[in-house]
Ligand binder design. Sequence first.
Ligand code: SF4
Length: 174
Amino acid sequence: MTPQKVLSDRVREWAASQGICTAAVARILGISEMTLWRRLHGHCQWHADELLKLRGQGIQISDELFHALVGKEEGLRMSKPKPREEWIEDALCRRLGLQSDIFFPERARGSLPAKQVCRECPVRQECLADQLEYEARGTGQIAGIFGGLTPSQRAPLVRKIREARKEARKEKRS
Ligand code: SF4
């Protein structure tokens, strides 16, 4: 069974167990029903942030499955953040004037308030891409909630970006 099929079956089983239709699943993922249909039928690749949302709903997606589903193009897409000045003014944490402490909780359990803010933030994807790019460079400290994800939730995305860049460099050389 292909990774796409494994995930499609899990999403369908989960939707059935929740008593929700595909339109509701698409809404949760923030994509159109047609896009969801295409993903479920293997006509286009899943985006990494969609897989994390599915994980967040309790659908089991192991690191192996995650890596099998997210392709090189997606790794490269994630590693190209928009310039910060284009989106920072819309950051909800900034607009609400929140203390940075809540985004750097001492324990994982304390991350809920920050995650709730990030969930409503209109520039969540931009924020996440910016942080992933920073972490993929491997030059700084990895901490805090960004784009609604903890450091351990971001780790598989960071690995994917590094792998995609490594492959791209190899292709360029050959
Ligand atoms: S996603 Fe969260 S941390 Fe990032 S800008 Fe929005 S509210 Fe702030």
